[in-house]
Write a protein that binds this ligand. Structure first.
Ligand SMILES: NC(=O)c1ccc[n+]([C@@H]2O[C@H](COP(=O)([O-])OP(=O)(O)OC[C@H]3O[C@@H](n4cnc5c(N)ncnc54)[C@H](OP(=O)(O)O)[C@@H]3O)[C@@H](O)[C@H]2O)c1
Length: 287
């Protein structure tokens, strides 16, 4: 059994931490808002005083926070993960933060501290069920060493050296956002031409968007988009995708269009709702 620290007990981190506990690992937790810790300490986890304290107490430190700024906040400085890490520590970065933040983290860690980046695909239900897809970046022996631990959370896929996990996650999300944008626009076009909603879904069933249309149909018809993956975080990912494309000199026109829909919906007040509420935003636009 491993002593695992989870830093960041949001929607994803709290569920991932619970899985480690249920699998019999010793769990240390830290969260900026301490009120989120008792749910896990009540089940046997130990509350750390700071991310550095969490790192000092654990063999593996998993970070799962919102964005690159949050990752900096929990890893740098005197109370950060780096300050509490040593040669026996492995840091596994599982937020969606992009390659630049991962390489910044690698530079901040002491020499000898091991690092994997392992962002995840899947949302709250998958985190709870241990059914996430995990894109892992790191050297072969380190990945092999921690694959059994990561398997508690889902299915690890080793995609390359450190940073490759972060890159892979952006590739995956670029497809999600482009598909949602296309779906929203197709529905708006159907409505604009006077086709009924039922007819629109029948048409979409005959297209490559068939599965997505069916999956989102209930939310579209009820207007209820329960927050699982907040739209503000999806916007952050779209910005990271754009930044990665710029650095890679890759022309992502659909990606930029999808990003603009998410940005508008966020500014229109949908940031705390689920990212799929971008569909409601697109369909509600009447330029
Ligand atoms: N939700 C999903 O479906 C999903 C799916 C795949 C990947 N992800 C990624 O997983 C990560 C976590 O997502 P989530 O859904 O768990 O988000 P969340 O519920 O909003 O939780 C965010 C976590 O980050 C912490 N945090 C934010 N800013 C901080 C700061 N400046 N200093 C310290 N801690 C800070 C929050 O602490 P407080 O509790 O104090 O606010 C909280 O623990 C994100 O990178 C997201 O893109 C999410």
């Amino acid at each position: 059994m491993t002593v695992v620290a989870v830093v960041g007990l949001g929607g994803m981190g709290s569920r991932m931490a619970r899985r480690f506990l249920d699998a019999g690992h010793e769990l240390v937790v830290w969260n900026r808002t301490p009120e989120k810790m008792p749910a896990l300490t009540g089940l046997g986890a130990v509350a750390a005083e700071s991310p550095a304290d969490a790192a000092r107490r654990a063999e593996v430190v998993v970070t799962v926070v919102s964005d690159p700024d949050a990752l900096r906040a929990v890893t740098k400085g005197t109370t950060g993960v780096a300050a509490g890490s040593g040669e026996a520590t492995t840091v596994i970065e599982m937020s969606t933060v992009g390659v630049r933040a991962v390489s910044e983290l690698a530079s901040a860690l002491p020499a000898g501290t091991a690092l994997l980046d392992a962002p995840v695909l899947g949302s709250l239900a998958e985190a709870e069920a241990g059914a996430l897809r995990i894109f892992v970046g790191g050297p072969d022996p380190l990945v092999a060493r921690w694959t059994p631990l990561l398997s508690v959370l889902g299915t690890p896929l080793h995609v390359g050296p450190v940073g490759a996990g972060a890159a892979a996650k952006l590739v995956a999300n670029s497809t999600l956002f482009a598909v949602l944008g296309a779906l929203g626009e197709a529905l708006a076009l159907a409505e604009g031409q006077g086709l009924s909603r039922d007819a629109a879904f029948d048409i979409l069933a005959a297209t490559p968007l068939s599965a997505q249309a069916e999956r989102r149909r209930r939310a579209i018809e009820t207007g209820d988009y329960p927050a699982r993956f907040p739209l503000a975080l999806a916007r952050k990912d779209a910005d990271l995708i754009s930044e990665a494309a710029g650095a890679a000199r890759t022309d992502l026109r659909l990606g930029e269009a999808a990003r603009s829909w998410l940005a508008e919906a966020d500014e229109g007040g949908w940031g705390h709702g689920d990212y799929t509420a971008v569909l409601a935003w697109i369909m509600g636009r009447r330029p």
